[in-house]
Ligand binder design. Structure first.
Ligand code: SAM
Length: 225
């Protein structure tokens, strides 16, 4: 019976994969991967050998047709991304929407994603929060920041190391340098760190420890009081 599973994979620590994720990957007819080489290594680690098909940001419109064809043939497929939950700042949304439009069953397994541990580790209110993903790099960036000035919920941003300081400085400019925040880096990995304080204090920390601005980063910022 055809079905599309979305299977979360570790964001660093290879032990962070659920028993059900492994079971699903063992049972499906094929695995759709953002990077077949990267996912191939994880599958090898898990002792799973399955046909792998590329489905990534650059081909997702094109590859969706081929995936729908396999589902029409009755196949069950699993979509994985390089890390974390597919569809969360990763390919997945377009395929899920198309599958649902055509009446195919879709099931996302619960599992690793970077924003949940970053939010909980931050110590900032997490009863209500908004996930902002990556801020636009150029067009629309100022507008998005302006829209967040009145946001009362805790905000979560994904960021790359080379944009961290620019983003922290702009957040301080728009939201106030005394706003509480937290930067989670390298979650689940050997050198995981969570730097907490006001935006000004965090900027001062990374100015003094510029050599640590590397790896994968989530910024969490308190909402307007
Ligand atoms: N699908 C993923 C998820 O569920 O979190 C997100 C993929 S997105 C392309 C990659 C971004 O996620 C990174 O730039 C970083 O902001 C965040 N990220 C992923 N792994 C992380 C980690 N181990 N520590 C901190 N942030 C991480």
């Amino acid at each position: 019976m055809s079905k599309l599973y979305l299977v979360p994979t570790p964001i660093g620590n290879l032990d962070d994969i659920t028993l059900r994720a492994i079971k699903v990957l063992q049972q499906v007819d094929g695995i759709l991967a953002e990077d077949t080489r990267n996912s191939g290594m994880l599958l090898k680690h898990l002792g799973i050998s399955k046909p792998l098909y590329a489905h990534h940001a650059h081909n997702e419109h094109h590859s969706t047709a081929g995936i729908i064809k396999m589902l029409k043939e009755g196949k069950t497929l699993a979509l994985v991304s390089d890390a974390g939950t597919p569809g969360i700042s990763d390919p997945g949304f377009l395929l899920v929407r198309e599958c649902l439009k055509l009446g195919f069953a879709v099931e996302c397994l619960p599992g690793p994603t970077a924003f949940v541990p970053a939010l909980v580790n931050s110590g900032l209110p997490n009863d209500r929060f908004c996930f902002e993903g990556f801020l636009p790099h150029k067009k629309g960036r100022q507008t998005r920041l302006q829209q967040l000035v009145a946001e009362e919920r805790t905000m979560i941003f994904y960021e790359s190391p080379h944009r961290l300081m620019k983003t922290l400085e702009q957040l301080a400019e728009y939201l106030g340098s005394d706003r509480q925040a937290s930067v989670a880096r390298e979650l689940t990995k050997m050198f995981e760190e969570n730097i907490r304080g006001t935006l000004l204090e965090i900027i001062a920390h990374y100015t003094a420890h510029a050599q640590t601005i590397k790896g994968e980063i989530v910024i969490v910022v308190a909402g307007k009081a």
